[in-house]
Design a protein around this ligand. Structure first.
Ligand SMILES: [Zn+2]
Length: 283
């Protein structure tokens, strides 16, 4: 069925190169079966955390953000409009992903990137909706697309660094798993016994997996940009934590508004990476 010499065929294996970053991982993770095992282990770890860590409900004070100033009739103005950055990054990413000269060795490698950028656009809508009148019911629509963005970025990196097919195949199961944790969280909150643990565990594991994957050489140039994306994620978390302190210090912008801006910057970095990258020779 397949001509072994056909163009665009993904090489099954590549001999490890001396001096390459993460030689152990480069050897170990090159096989599709190994990446499946790695994915299975991530899922099992998330399941174990979900089963053995006591339930944690959404803290009641979470929705009381530092900056509630309205403007032009829009409540919580800056926390609402700062979500425009996610929409801009998502649209920019979708444009570069579908340009003819975008570097994808196989068509299926576009899928996780397309899902990631589409999820960013949906995050802009969901998060703006949430910040107009923050409560648990609306937070669901903020977290759902955000989780889809995390899972699809993880799959995009699996495709770039481990195995193109594994990245594409993992996309739907991981997105469904991410969505399931958010649906579960909302169901438990509605039942009066909220449990955030599976959602938080899966997000933590996704970020940890992304961080681990940075040491595995990408089949494309500009792969190091993912380290900057992880740094942006951590900086965004800091902004979230110091929401009020940053508003008190600046009197202009709150930590949560900055969180939106810095996280959106992470999306732009991914779009820039896709726009600039080239396949590595022989990878
Ligand atoms: Zn927010």
């Amino acid at each position: 069925m397949t001509n072994p010499g056909s163009a665009g065929r993904v090489p099954r294996r590549r001999p490890p190169t001396r001096g390459e970053a993460g030689p152990f991982l480069a050897v170990k993770l090159d096989a599709p079966s190994t990446s499946s095992v790695a994915l299975g282990l991530i899922s099992l770890a998330a399941l174990a955390v979900a089963l053995f860590v006591p339930p944690v409900a959404q803290p009641t004070g979470y929705h009381a953000f530092a900056d509630s100033r309205p403007w032009l009739g829009v409540p919580n103005f800056l926390d609402v409009v700062s979500n425009a950055g996610f929409a801009a990054a998502g649209v920019a990413g979708l444009v570069v992903t579908f340009t003819a000269h975008a570097a994808f060795k196989t068509p299926m490698e576009r899928l996780p990137y397309a899902a990631f950028f589409a999820a960013l656009v949906l995050t802009a809508l969901g998060s703006a909706w949430y910040h107009l009148a923050p409560d648990n019911e609306r937070l669901f629509w903020d977290r759902l697309p955000m989780t889809l963005a995390f899972m699809s970025l993880l799959c995009a990196q699996l495709a770039d660094r481990v195995n193109a097919r594994a990245g594409a195949l993992a996309l739907l199961p991981l997105m469904l798993a991410g969505a399931a944790t958010v649906v579960y969280w909302r169901a438990t909150e509605r039942a009066g016994a909220g449990n955030l643990v599976p959602y938080a565990a899966l997000q933590l594991l996704a970020v940890a997996s992304l961080a681990l994957m940075v040491v595995v050489r990408s089949r494309y140039s500009h792969g190091g940009a993912i380290a900057a994306v992880i740094a942006a994620y951590l900086a965004a978390k800091l902004g979230e934590h110091y929401d009020r302190a940053i508003l008190d210090a600046t009197h202009v912008v709150s930590g949560h508004t900055l969180k939106h801006a810095i996280a959106a910057l992470g999306g732009f970095i991914v779009a820039w990476m896709v726009a600039c990258r080239q396949p590595r020779p022989g990878a």
